[in-house]
Design a protein around this ligand. Structure first.
Ligand SMILES: Cc1cc2nc3c(=O)[nH]c(=O)nc-3n(C[C@H](O)[C@H](O)[C@H](O)COP(=O)(O)O)c2cc1C
Length: 187
């Protein structure tokens, strides 16, 4: 038996992406976005509602950063998803997060997160909230690297469970990609 779940987009795991932008006065805004993913080889896709301060900032500055939320930043990452910069001008300060200016795009790198992608706006379609950004530069804090590559057991990224409104830390390595299935290839 299978239970009907309507048309829910139960695509797991949903990443928890942390978006950094500059407000009109040069102060920083940060938001949590779980509707997002890879767009293309050098592109990210986000589904951002037009009313968010973040979306307005991106449309003005044509730039933003995308960070991957980590277990160690769960409280701050959730806070920036429940409070809007439209209403709380001290949002970034209250979050306790830290930032440095990107030298490549007009947006802040949020230094509490190990992975940061500095992006320029490619397109935004408000009706469906579809936003594409071109990645200009990606940086990774050495603290999450093993042999020069991102080590997810060090990064401990959190994912969003839409059904139970909770965050789940990505689990352990399950197998080798492009390899595990080979045992079913006969010739
Ligand atoms: C777990 C979680 C995921 C979210 N994902 C999205 C998303 O993908 N797109 C979106 O438009 N808003 C999303 N939100 C809501 C925004 O983060 C929230 O409205 C935030 O206050 C907007 O901040 P801003 O107005 O300062 O930009 C999410 C919130 C949470 C807690």
């Amino acid at each position: 038996m299978r239970t009907e779940a309507g048309k829910k987009p139960l695509v797991y795991p949903q990443p928890v992406l942390i978006i950094g932008t500059y407000n009109d006065d040069g102060s920083i805004d940060v938001m949590n976005a779980a509707w997002g993913s890879v767009g293309d080889d050098h592109q990210v896709f986000l589904c951002l509602s037009a009313g968010h301060r973040t979306t307005k900032n991106i449309l003005k500055r044509k730039a933003f950063t995308v960070q991957i939320a980590e277990e160690s930043t769960l409280v701050q990452s959730d806070y920036v998803g429940i409070v809007s910069g439209n209403k709380e001008s001290r949002k970034f300060e209250i979050s306790g997060l830290h930032a440095e200016k990107s030298e490549h795009v007009d947006a802040p790198i949020l230094t509490d997160y190990a992975i940061s992608m500095e992006c320029e706006l490619e397109s935004y379609e408000p009706e469906h909230c579809h936003l594409f950004g071109n990645i200009i530069r990606t940086t990774v804090d050495d603290r999450v690297l093993t042999d020069g590559k991102v080590d997810f057991e060090k990064l401990r990224p959190i994912t969003f469970d839409i059904e139970r409104a909770q965050y789940i830390t990505l689990g352990k390595v399950a197998g080798k990609a492009f390899s595990a299935g080979k045992e079913l290839i006969k010739n």
